[in-house]
Design a protein around this ligand. Structure first.
Ligand code: UT7
Length: 331
């Protein structure tokens, strides 16, 4: 009997325009030393010209389709996790058309840096009920288009990128457990909010909406991440009766190296089990987890039957955890 390949197929796509800390230091009052020591970031990728979210997401998806040798017509559902769509009505449909996945339903979800984790959890629900067999989950963000490049407290952090995962119906054997949490009370600590402007010279009173830049209370988000994320991971492990020692890899949203280390320490997970590519790409929001997962697979770090804990956290505030067993074969 032929062995079925059942692991999710992962691919990432990054713009090739590299912005180093040195370049940012010429724009705002900061330094390579400050950025590296406080965040772990050395450079990030930024989309040039009018390169769009749909371009990034489609390219990651097309790479995954090629890698998995999948007919796009097989895809039943596309979930695009993004907070920076090209179109507020959603960008998933445009990606569906671009990648010729004409049989797929497609929609966006907005959950900031937890988006990919929530996307994977959502996909697994459709798969577990037997409704869909093949689901494409894309985590993509063009943060550079929403960052105030004169605000040193945020512009040093973010980058653009996309990651795509194709989940087949056998994925239900891999997702061992998950948890999603939200605390809207702290919503204002990290926002990409809007303002409504009164329109002049028209007969009725109407307001049109314009978007502000990303605003973040870094200290509060830092505190939230290092307290709530380890707590959620431990709860999730307890619920599914998995011991921390059994975890092979900790894959956290790539926000800040100090956050990654602090969470690892609290969970007693050694540094060599924490995946980190923050130094190359900065914080790519919904894209950061699939990009890091793709790289870890390419570097042969992740082996068959490895247990991976993935956790996203950020605006909302939202945080989500998934425990995955990485398997190659059905058994
Ligand atoms: O993806 C969503 C999740 N986001 C996160 O998880 C981000 C969480 N927060 C963080 O990663 C950190 O809070 C930051 C990296 C954003 C900031 O690091 P920090 O160690 O919390 O710095 P701080 O905000 O406490 O600022 C310390 C000092 C301040 O100066 P004073 O008041 O001590 O004189 C800031 O004005 O550093 C100053 N500062 C900078 N200096 C040089 C802030 N940004 C910069 C900068 N370069 N870019």
């Amino acid at each position: 009997m032929a062995i079925k390949k059942v692991k999710p197929i992962l691919c990432s796509y990054l713009p090739n325009n590299i912005i180093s800390n040195e370049i940012i230091s010429q724009m705002v009052d900061t330094s390579d030393e400050w950025i590296k020591s406080r965040t772990g970031i050395e450079e990030r990728r930024i989309c040039k010209d009018d390169y769009s979210l749909v371009d990034l997401g489609s390219n990651a998806a097309l790479e995954a389709i090629k890698k998995g040798n999948i007919d796009p017509a097989e895809i039943d559902l596309i979930i695009l996790a993004t907070s920076t769509p090209d179109d507020l009505f959603g960008s998933a449909a445009k990606i569906q058309y671009r990648i010729k996945a004409f049989n797929a339903a497609a929609f966006d979800i907005t959950a900031a840096c937890s988006g990919f984790i929530i996307g994977i959890i959502t996909a697994s629900q459709f798969i577990n009920t037997g409704i869909y067999k093949t689901v494409l989950v894309i985590g993509a963000d063009v943060m550079s288009k929403f960052v105030d490049w004169q605000d040193r407290s945020t512009c040093i952090l973010f980058g653009d990128g996309a990651g795509a995962a194709i989940l087949k119906s056998t994925i239900k054997q891999h997702i061992l457990g998950f948890q999603i949490k939200t605390n809207g009370e702290l919503n204002s600590e990290l926002t990409l909010s809007s303002k409504d402007l009164l329109q002049q010279n028209i007969a009725i009173q109407v307001f049109n909406r314009q978007y502000n830049f990303i605003q973040m209370n870094g200290k509060e988000i830092y505190k939230f991440a290092i307290s709530k994320v380890p707590e959620a991971i431990l709860n999730c492990l307890n619920t599914y009766q998995i011991q921390i020692e059994d975890i092979d890899w900790l894959l956290l949203h790539q926000a800040n190296i100090r956050i990654l280390k602090a969470i690892g320490e609290q969970l007693s997970i050694p540094q060599n089990k924490i995946l980190n590519n923050l130094y190359k790409y900065g914080n790519t929001s919904a894209a950061s987890i699939p990009i890091a997962l793709d790289e870890a697979i390419l570097e042969n770090k992740i082996q068959d039957n490895d247990l991976i804990i993935m956790a996203g956290f950020g605006a909302g505030l939202t945080w989500g955890t998934v425990i995955i067993k990485w398997k190659d074969k059905l058994n």
